[in-house]
Design a protein around this ligand. Structure first.
Ligand code: ACO
Length: 707
């Protein structure tokens, strides 16, 4: 299919038609037109309504074909049953973008009509936004084609939202918080245009400094991952996602599934793509405001200036939590702050000016922060004292902020106290100064800036993929499908592992005592022997298993003992042979898995393995493909990573072997669409260079055959 038209004209149309534009003030069509006209849109406006007439001094066209000029965009706000015909009229007119305000499509089960509209539009090179949306605002075109608030303050934040009501609320909140917006797009049912399309445009949009995205569900995860990875290299993106529920996970079929609350995967994938996840709207707005209005750090060294020890320690904790590095060259700090700190204070970062600090102390210390060549960011803290009046505090902070802005250095403030201090926060905050009542809020803003800084500086790593024998895997799957199975038997799973080059414990089936001895010798002692019979399910119960056989004589004895015992317990069982397995040497047990996630496509998982895997839930996830560096960061995320490094004087384990296994499993899921879940638990990890072994492998097939 040809690639779809980009969304530029959705943000920068030269002309806009409004289906359902009405002189009736209660109609959504009226409100949208009102917002477009009063927002100062400079392009051509064509109200469309079969009743004709005039509104806001504009002629109402009875149909789109009456309009003479080109129409770039047509907003549709008419009942659902008329929408398809309106879309047809748009296609005939050559309209490129159609935001559909109307509800009553897939969100209420009417997906068929929605698909019909999108297919029709796509085939004619048109793009649909929505349906079920409140519209689109773009400061580049001074276009407010929404039925949200009227006076949107232009600025650097773009909001992409799946929720309509929350989107409208966010426009309102942005005005209260004095956060200027460059665009707002309501995506509604995301039948065509989605986050990825919008991010592609916003990456190059000069007005947009940062994107705030509200997501409920992901439809085309692999496309979103690609767009986010690209976007976050250039500009920061803050994501809010609702639905941290574990319900979805409970329904999942495998460990990998049940360990992965869908939210865990979302969280991991966002981090992998360089997006910053905010838990609350407050954090999201704070970060957006700070990043779009304040200078950004040029280096890693942050300094805390405070008049209170306690609040200084809180800020230190917050710095650790939010990844803000505190500068600790004591000599430089003493040089920079020694002169401005009382003798009984501290220059050890936090710079403690003590409770006797007056505005002059702060002026001098904050100036030293500007002058310090090695100081890249400052966190200014204040606890209310009687030695200066909050009015002086307000002036001092406003002056300091101005100086920092002129110097191109970031500063954030947190001040704590009574009513006058609170008023000071409200007043300064309105002027765009990053000032908060909570230390953690102030530090989290700097943390967000640093997260983006790191992401932008990351070198592009190649994606890792392994050579696997896809044909051999497909043959195994085809056999299982022919038997109407949705899982592979253990010997089939082993075949898949071999086709991917994953090392397994050796295993052979012996048909005679001589063969058993030969297999044991070839495998190397010790070995394990198990009866092979479809009629014997619980092998141990009938004496069908012998462990830890150290030599030929023990193998002979075990063979005879197994045969005798099985015949005695199950005289009519058909015994196909005796399996001679390598006795797996002890190693560090981990779990490695891969599955096809409904939202994001292939994902890989690894964690602490063994029987307590579900209790411990010490696992990490990533979308696949991934780079080796990302695979490593995933392994490091596991709390028990220390075991792989070699705890209690043990040697470092073969972490490279774990990475290889992860990549191989991911490649199987990516290339063999019939396989939905693979889980290897345990994978035995040996010392560095000695490899890993997949001991127990489970593979599930997708419920639908891949086409
Ligand atoms: N072309 C142009 N105009 C037309 C056409 C047509 N083919 N057919 C009808 N119209 C006109 C009508 O004449 C009417 O004009 P009038 O006011 O002069 O009589 C106007 O379109 C509106 O039609 P109504 O039948 O009055 O429909 P109404 O405005 O009540 O509802 C709407 C239309 C708003 C699209 C409604 O169907 C709907 O979907 N509402 C929900 C919208 C929504 O909530 N979207 C999600 C937002 S996100 C959030 O949650 C906040």
């Amino acid at each position: 299919m040809a690639s779809k038209v980009d969304v530029k004209l959705l943000f920068e149309p030269s002309s806009v038609a409004i289906f359902g534009a009405s002189p009736d003030k209660d109609k959504i069509g009226y409100k949208i037109l009102d917002n477009i006209v009063s927002g100062g849109y400079a392009g051509k406006i064509y109200p469309i309504n079969p009743k004709g007439g005039e509104v806001f001094g504009l002629r109402i066209f009875k149909s789109l074909d009456e309009v003479e000029g080109d129409v770039d965009m047509a907003v549709i706000s008419i009942p659902a049953k008329f929408v398809f015909d309106a879309v047809k009229a748009c296609a005939a007119k050559g309209v490129k973008h159609v935001p559909i305000i109307t509800s009553g499509f897939s969100e209420i089960g009417n997906g068929e009509e929605e698909r019909k509209i999108v297919q029709y539009a796509t085939e004619r090179g048109m793009r649909i936004l929505g349906p079920n949306i409140f519209g689109v605002y773009s400061s580049a075109a001074k276009l407010n084609a929404t039925f949200g608030p009227k006076n949107v303050v232009p600025g650097g934040v773009s909001i992409i939202t799946q929720s309509g009501a929350l989107g409208i609320a966010m426009i309102g909140k942005s005005a209260v918080e004095n956060v200027g917006l460059s665009s707002v797009v309501s995506m509604g049912n995301k039948a065509d245009i989605d986050e990825a399309d919008l991010l592609d445009y916003l990456a190059g949009n000069e007005e947009t400094k940062i994107v705030l995205m509200y997501v409920e569900g992901v439809h085309h995860g692999e496309k979103l991952i690609a767009a986010l990875r690209e976007f976050s290299k250039k500009k920061p993106v803050v994501v809010i996602k609702s639905g941290r529920s574990k319900r979805g996970a409970m329904a999942a079929a495998s460990h990998t599934g049940s360990l992965a609350g869908s939210d865990d995967i979302f969280e991991a994938v966002m981090r992998q793509c360089g997006a910053m996840r905010a838990e609350t709207l407050k954090d999201a707005f704070n970060w957006c405001k700070f990043i779009s209005y304040s200078s950004q750090p040029k280096g890693e060294n942050a300094v805390i200036v405070t008049n209170g020890g306690g609040i200084g320690v809180m800020a230190t904790d917050a710095c650790e939590k939010h990844g803000v590095r505190l500068y600790d060259d004591q000599q430089v700090l003493r040089q920079a702050f020694g002169k401005v700190t009382p003798e009984f204070g501290s220059t050890k970062n936090p710079i403690d000016l003590t409770g006797q600090a007056t505005p002059t102390f702060y002026d001098d210390a904050l100036q030293a922060g500007i002058d310090g060549k090695d100081i890249d960011a400052v966190i200014g803290l204040y606890c209310e004292t009687a030695v200066f009046d909050p009015e002086e505090l307000r002036k001092m902070i406003a002056k300091a902020y101005e100086k920092y802005a002129a110097a191109g250095k970031p500063v954030v403030f947190s001040i704590v106290g009574g009513q006058k201090v609170e008023t000071c926060i409200t007043t300064l905050s309105k002027d765009g100064i990053p000032i908060f009542p909570e230390v953690y809020e102030a530090v989290s803003c700097l943390g967000a800036a640093y997260t983006h800084r790191k992401r932008a500086a990351e070198a592009e790593e190649p994606m890792a993929e392994s050579e696997i024998d896809v044909k051999a895997i497909e043959a195994v799957v085809a056999k299982a499908r022919s038997e109407k199975r949705f899982f592979l038997l253990s010997n089939e799973a082993a075949e898949v592992m071999r086709a991917a080059g994953i090392s397994l414990p050796q295993s052979h089936v012996a048909k005679s005592l001589e063969e058993a001895v030969a297999h044991a010798k070839q495998t190397g002692f010790p070995v394990v022997m198990k009866v092979v019979s479809k009629d014997i399910i619980h092998k141990s119960d009938v004496g069908g298993v012998a462990l830890d056989l150290d030599d030929e004589r023990e193998v002979v004895d075990a063979y005879q003992a197994i045969m005798q015992s099985c015949r005695a317990h199950k005289p009519d069982a058909v015994i196909e042979g005796i399996q001679v397995d390598e006795m797996v040497k002890e190693g560090t047990e981990i779990i490695v898995g891969a599955r096809r996630d409904k939202g994001f496509g292939p994902v890989v998982m690894c964690g602490l393995g063994g029987i307590y895997v579900e209790v411990m839930k010490d696992v990490a996830f990533r979308a696949f493909p991934l780079s080796r560096k990302e695979a490593m960061s995933m392994i490091k995320e596991i709390k028990t990573y220390q075991l792989l490094l070699g705890a209690r004087g043990e040697a470092r384990k073969d972490i490279e072997g774990v990475i290889e296994t992860l990549i191989k499993l991911g490649t199987i899921i990516k290339r063999c669409r019939d396989i939905s879940d693979i889980e290897v638990n345990p994978v035995m990890v040996y010392e560095s260079g000695k490899g890993v072994k997949a001991v127990d492998v489970r593979i599930l097939l997708s419920k639908q055959e891949a086409s």
